[in-house]
Write a protein of this length. Sequence first.
Length: 588
Amino acid sequence: MNGRTRSRVGLRRATVVVVVGLMLLTTGCIRMPEGGPVVATHSRGIVANEPPIYIDPRPPQRGASAPDIVKGFLDAMTATPIQTNVAKQFLTKDAQSVWNPERQTITYADTPSPIGLSYVTVPLAGAHRYDARGAWRGSLPPPRNVVQFPMRQVDGEWRISRAPDALIVPESWFEQRFRPVSLFFFDPTARILVPEPVVVPRGEQLATTLVNGLLRGPGRALTHVSRSFIPPGLSLGLSVPVSGDGVADISLKGEVGKQTPQALELMLAQLAWTLRQEPAIRAFRVTLGGEPVSLPGGVSVFDVDHGGAYDPAGFQASSLLFGLRGGRLVAGRPDTLAPVDGPLGATDYGASADGVNLRGTRVAAVTDNGRSLLEAPVRGPQGQDVHQIVSGATRLLRPAWDFSDRLWIVDDTAHGARVSFVEGGRIHALRVPGVSGQQVPRFLVSRDGSRLVAVVHRRSGDALMVSRLLHDDHGRVLRSTRASRIGWEGSGSLDIRDIAWQTPTTVAVLDVITPELAQVRTISVDGSPLGLDSLTYTLNGRVRSLAGSAVRGEPLYAVSNTSLYDLTNADQGLTPLDAPVSTLDYAG
């Protein structure tokens, strides 16, 4: 903690308290040895179960000043149900004909105060921008957060002569009416789905919005990151109707060539994974250029569980926990951890960290006080097939694996982090701008191989950074994008002890506030402040690390040497380990 004591701003969350570390069991009292008891305060993000309040904005009023017209224009964009008919009345006819609020959405935190006459200026405090698909494109710092409205008098009344092509709305309004989802595209090799977080309007048009988002494709910014198998140039009919029994009808219009069964299968997988986020949909039908889509065998109604083999969390990935006990590799469930029957389970190689591939068949173990890396089978003949793949390093971090069995390595040297990966038996260096050369105590790679998330240590406090990993059509790594910082709500510097995947698009972060107080928060990898599905836990007691899986529904554990606490299931609570472990996590 470096002597730091930090304050926290409230998170606009409801809270319940659960006692974690001191529990009365049938065998007596169990206490976490690190300084329990541990108390977990569990907070969940805002969930809009109630329909938003109906808002019918006022049209322009006679004699209104230029600032009042601009304020009325901004107020009119909060119409509920969402529509911009009234907002257009504040514009000149020429401005109405070219204004396109569907191009982007800008949110702001505080009520703006328009100032001016022929040019009205509006500063938007706490502004964020979302593109046409609903993907977060970052905050708007000064001066980009200042919007100017040129004004003109029409028949003696002030009107706006040019408006930004954006829906400009308060953050609170936006949170109540939009929800985070993902659009599912494929990696460049078409072997695994890559989710791209977006926010979309709630309500009956959700299915329509999701399909339209897929039709827009991943965009140029994601070239070599993800691709779509929905043929380009298609458009959707008026909407995606959903029948009473939960079947969505998707009519895609446009000229398309003959599609192979393989291409249709990939397109259907994209639709299935994207539409399953709407609970009212259980299946869907598709017409493509007027022709019903069917697969060999005549199947033309597709369940939303279609495409399981392309699971972004890894198809048939191991669900076991893996860790180190006395330098040996153990595996199992929290109450059944036992040494594996492979070389690292039988012999103490002095391992201090381990990473197991998604199938649970290979393990990479950091040894020699962080200077070496061994690779071995998780199971198999003892003493055989143990290879040293790195030697002479400075401080190797826990390695990571992606779906293609590519092994990712970070060496935190005196001159900063060096990122590399092992593929085809060779080590390849990769420069990750914003991460390479920095002090990096922790990192993750997404199972789909599209994201690298790293903790970067700075004098002002730790920062969580994310970079996209670019591949060619054969899966070869080309380069990475410059890492961008994932926003963190609240004040005070961060002391990030550990990070873990919670879903394919959310990361759990363990932030140490004092030696006896920590906070775990799940946040989106895109950095969007709209964390409606976020979770926050405040832990009173010493927690060493996290164990988290990208598989939705797998428990997120707070880990001590001798106990686990299931943060996502308060009823499960504390699970004592029958012997101490030095590390524990899922595959990946």
